[in-house]
Ligand binder design. Structure first.
Ligand code: DGJ
Length: 726
């Protein structure tokens, strides 16, 4: 075995730089963790360590001696591995230079540390190839209090002609532990977020998508890796990751010959060799990650709090409750019908009415999903007085008005398709292939970007009181090809850049308006998109029993205020169960209110006002997953407001076996030991009596002994408990 000599004496230079005679250590630190990099005497940047930070920074240099990074074939711990030189495991970056050469060996040049705010530090490390005029900057932006890091890479070259990026990942992490347990997700339409956990074996496990637009349909770009042993809700070391990218992605987990884990996350290079002009920068998407040594719950709360504060559009703001008409009317509506629904929106007590699909198209009216998509003119014989009349009627009814669009798509049966066949993603020599009878517009084309932006801008210009947009996206990309771009390898990547350009323009002009990210369910949820959207549509599956599981899994990564949960007629459960489940997020309804029985309506109205009373805890508080539906008869989730004075606990029966229910108390979390809290069952049906042992208890009691929500069959299948400081 080769042994590299390291010289330990260290001279302190700055907060995160140490020089040990020709050997620089760069430590990217948060409140709890340190990601430690080292520049070798040959100027190679290596990853030494990612874990709990040390009290004595000068000891970072000594880490290198404790682990094995070297194998028979060389060093495996490059901080950003490159193909074609001395690294022969999976690369983060692979290129073909202007002269056809495919090698890259990056050397450390220098680095800077910028204090962006009291809580945010950016470390940028410049690397340069020793032969070619090729530069890379690695960026690590750390949110100190939340222990969250966003990592991305800037690639540029000054070669005489174009360079092709064959692989261009955002980040490369290197972890050492006694084993790695990967928790990842798979699914299909209406079956989103099914978890699977497995111990990683040697070789590569890849999570990826090649679907183009609604890239998460089969596999979302979120994961957890537990180190040393599978982490639980409250114990163990776990890393969460999410690529902030709304298109094809690839995350490789390679357990190397030294049992270390090389993790590479970035845009999927499948059919995406990217041609980069000289003197232009390619900025990769950010890869966000958090490492916790206190289990999945702690990691999740930190990520949620980071996301609310720094990423999600209006993440710290309020959300609108709403009534949607999709499942109550589908395409079959007209002005009188909508006027009735607008009145019932007010009766229910929600803030907004959301008009869904089917309001546009004249030559080819959108009376079904086979025509009209792309023709964003209101259907005259359906809505003769236009959207302006509806927003006015909504205002008269005392509610806000929102609208559905699917601006990236086109039905072949549309005027748009007839006028601009070259705006459509298709292979000119091959037959068209459709998902939901539609095709995708080519957002790499600036004219299409203008068109898509124009749809939104036109709606707001003509209807200034429009208060909400649901942005749908129902097709993946088949026959990937653009009629206008020079290099088809750039297509998948430039599509997403095109989408972001449009969203940037929309947000520049309409910074506050709530936008729901919908993709026929959760087909496109990631922190790249949530920068522009206030919320997302988890799944078209609104069966409340299924939703307990789907929302549970999303909640590891995304805060409740982003999770659009609508009460519909899916499932067999009564209105109480359906509404209780939808309240664990952003509450909406998609039912015919007029068909509710009087007691159901009274219950629903009460639920809306209770929801508003507890929205501070649900939207902006800390979430505690108390009891796992996959392992218990009863699922239990709790939200605690930022002052730890008001909390709400949701409990659901998820098994129909004989005598299923809560036979023991469930211990609460996130309260203060010494505070006294009053416990009460809330959100009951009219006439329903509580069966829980309500009263006043100390936080210590509630978090040690707990309380029994008395969940069982029948009207005890769903129980909400309020916890309020006395
Ligand atoms: C798919 C969405 O998920 C639904 O909520 C609805 O908006 C339909 N599209 C409309 O076509």
């Amino acid at each position: 075995m080769t042994i590299i000599k390291r010289i330990v004496p260290v001279i302190f230079l700055a907060a995160n730089i140490f020089i040990a005679k020709a050997q620089t250590i760069v430590a990217v630190e948060s409140q709890k963790n340190a990601l430690v990099l080292q520049v070798t005497p040959k100027k190679q940047l290596n990853a030494l360590y990612f874990g709990t930070k040390l009290a004595n920074q000068s000891e970072y240099a000594a880490i290198a001696k404790q682990y094995r990074y070297i194998s028979h074939t060389g060093e495996a711990n490059m901080a950003y591995s490159t193909a074609g030189s001395i690294d022969i495991l999976e690369p983060a970056l692979a290129v073909t230079h202007a002269d056809g050469n495919r090698s890259l060996a990056l050397k450390y040049v220098d680095h800077t540390t910028t204090k962006i705010s009291d809580n945010i530090t950016l470390v940028s490390i410049n690397l340069r190839d020793s032969v070619y005029n090729f530069d890379v900057t690695l960026n690590y932006q750390t949110y100190i209090k939340e222990n969250v890091t966003e990592q991305w890479t800037v690639i540029k070259h000054h070669e005489k002609k174009d360079v092709v990026l064959n692989k261009y990942a955002s980040a490369n992490l290197y972890l050492q532990s006694d084993g790695y347990w990967l928790n990842h997700y798979h699914g299909e339409w209406a079956q989103e977020m099914k978890p699977e956990e497995e111990k990683l074996s040697h070789g590569i496990k890849t999570l990826d998508s090649k679907l183009g637009t609604r890239a998460d349909l089969f596999q979302p770009p979120v994961f957890m890796v537990s180190l040393n042993k599978p982490a639980t809700e409250d114990e163990g070391e776990v890393l969460y990751g999410n690529l902030e990218w709304s298109g094809n992605y690839k995350i490789d987990f390679e357990v190397d010959p030294n049992n270390n884990l090389r993790l590479i996350a970035g845009i999927n290079n499948h059919a995406a060799d990217y041609t980069l002009k000289p003197n232009t920068e390619f900025v990769t998407p950010k890869f966000v990650y958090i490492l916790s040594d206190k289990g999945k719950g702690d990691a999740s709360r930190s990520l949620q709090s980071w996301a609310r504060k720094y990423k999600i559009a209006d993440g710290e703001g309020p959300r609108l409750t709403l009534l949607n008409n999709w499942e109550s009317t589908f395409f079959d509506f007209n002005e009188p019908k909508l006027a009735e629904l607008l009145k019932t929106t007010k009766t229910l007590g929600v803030d907004l009415f959301l008009l869904d699909d089917g309001w546009f198209g004249n030559k080819y009216p959108r009376n079904g999903d086979k025509s009209g998509l792309g023709d964003w003119e209101v259907t005259k014989n359906k809505l003769p007085n236009g959207i302006a009349y509806l927003t006015k009627t909504a205002a008269e009814a005392g509610v806000k008005f929102g609208i559905w669009i699917e601006p990236e798509m086109v039905n072949p049966k549309s005027e748009l398709y007839e006028k601009h066949p070259d705006w459509v993603v298709k292979q000119p020599q091959r037959p068209e292939y459709y998902m939901r009878n539609q095709l995708v517009l080519d957002l790499t084309n600036p004219k299409v970007q203008d068109f898509v932006y124009g749809i939104v801008d036109d709606l707001f210009t003509k209807n200034p009181t429009l208060a909400y947009i649901k942005w749908d996206c129902n097709s993946v990309i088949f026959n990937a090809n653009s009629a206008t771009i020079a290099h088809q390898g750039n297509f998948y990547t430039d599509y997403v850049f095109g989408l972001y350009k449009v969203l940037e323009r929309i947000r520049a002009k309409y910074p506050k308006v709530p936008l729901m990210l919908c993709s026929g369910g959760g087909g496109r949820v990631d922190y790249g998109a949530l920068k522009y959207f206030t919320e997302f549509w988890d799944s078209d599956n609104t069966d409340p029993l299924e939703r307990v599981f789907i929302q549970w899994e999303y909640s590891y990564f995304y805060p409740a205020l982003t999770s659009s949960n609508h009460v519909t007629d899916w499932g067999k459960q009564p209105i109480k169960f359906r509404t209780d489940v939808a309240m664990m997020g952003k509450l909406g309804f998609d039912i015919v209110v007029a068909k509710l029985k009087p007691e159901e309506l009274t219950y629903a109205q009460g639920a809306v006002s209770l929801y508003k009373e507890y929205s501070e805890a649900i939207w902006h508080g800390d979430q505690y997953r108390l009891q796992d539906p996959w392992k218990n008869d009863v699922a239990s989730v709790m939200y605690v407001d930022p002052n730890q004075s008001k909390a709400i606990m949701f409990n659901y029966l998820v098994s129909n076996r004989y005598r299923s229910g809560t036979i023991r108390p469930i211990t609460l979390k996130g309260l203060l030991d010494d505070k006294m809290y009053t416990i009460k069952e809330v959100n009951m049906m009219p006439g329903q009596r509580s069966s829980i042992p309500g009263g006043t208890y100390s936080g210590k009691f509630l978090m040690t002994v707990g309380i029994n929500p008395a969940v069982g069959a029948g009207d005890r299948a769903s129980v909400i408990v309020s916890i309020e400081e006395k």
